[in-house]
Design a protein around this ligand. Structure first.
Ligand code: SF4
Ligand code: SF4
Length: 236
């Protein structure tokens, strides 16, 4: 026979058991506390940064190291990938604006350059002259990542973004958003490796298709040449 409110009491019992257990069970310690922040703020020594993410990077450990509860699968806000060297020279984003259109709360703003430049593969591409994300509006849905056809935008796992400037401080500009593919591998190793493989497979498939088309063209030209010579011989 069920007692009125019995389910609620049972649920509260489980919560209480886990709460108390987390103080004593070594394996579950991290569930109650974040044991170590990647950056610790000391108000006596320094003011809060003016801009989200403006912390002492030299002192920062990877966000997913064993001292935090942040895992490889965590995500917070998007970053833009580049392939090394000077970020703007190897930026993957071609300013197609698909992510801007699809972002549910419309917190991405992009302006495309009217002229092209070479990307990391030497291909001539457009790129964004402005790429802003208002992270105070972003809801971390990852739709921008899903819709990007160029593997140019992925999710970061940096969670320490407090700032004293509640408006401008959360507006991430292109330069704030640009992070290297190596950084992506450090924070999400499995996902980054899978994405690299997908890009390599797609490039190999494109290359194979191109070669097959060239072969077909050569074969058609040879056939046409042979037919022309045959006709010429017949008329002689
Ligand atoms: S994660 Fe979602 S809300 Fe945030 S910028 Fe991407 S699409 Fe917009
Ligand atoms: S991040 Fe991707 S979807 Fe968004 S504008 Fe750049 S290339 Fe297009």
């Amino acid at each position: 026979m069920s007692v009125l409110g019995g389910g609620i009491l049972k649920g509260m019992g489980v919560t209480l058991k886990n709460f108390v257990g987390s103080f004593f069970d070594k394996k579950r310690e991290h569930r109650l506390f974040t044991k170590g922040y990647t950056w610790k703020f000391d108000a006596k020594k320094e003011p809060l940064p003016k801009h989200a993410g403006d912390y002492d990077h030299a002192d920062r450990r990877p966000a997913d190291d064993a001292t935090t509860s942040v895992t490889h699968y965590s995500r917070n806000f998007p970053i833009l990938l580049h392939d090394g060297g000077e970020p703007i020279d190897t930026i993957r984003c071609v300013a197609c604006k698909i992510c801007e259109r699809e972002c549910p709360p419309q917190c991405i703003y992009i302006e495309k350059r009217t002229d092209k430049k070479q990307d990391a593969t030497g291909k001539s591409q457009f790129y964004p002259v402005t790429f802003d994300i208002d992270v105070s509006v972003c809801m971390s849905c990852q739709i921008c990542v899903e819709v990007c056809p160029f593997d140019a935008i992925v999710m970061d796992s940096q969670f320490e973004l407090s700032t004293s400037d509640r408006f401008g401080g959360f507006l991430m500009r292109r330069e704030d958003l640009l992070k290297s593919n190596d950084y992506y591998h450090a924070i999400h190793p499995e996902e980054a490796a899978a994405r690299d493989k997908k890009i390599a497979d797609e490039n190999a498939a494109k290359e194979a298709k191109k070669k097959a088309a060239e072969e077909r063209k050569r074969a058609a030209e040879a056939k046409s040449k042979a037919e022309t010579e045959e006709k010429k011989e017949d008329t002689e």
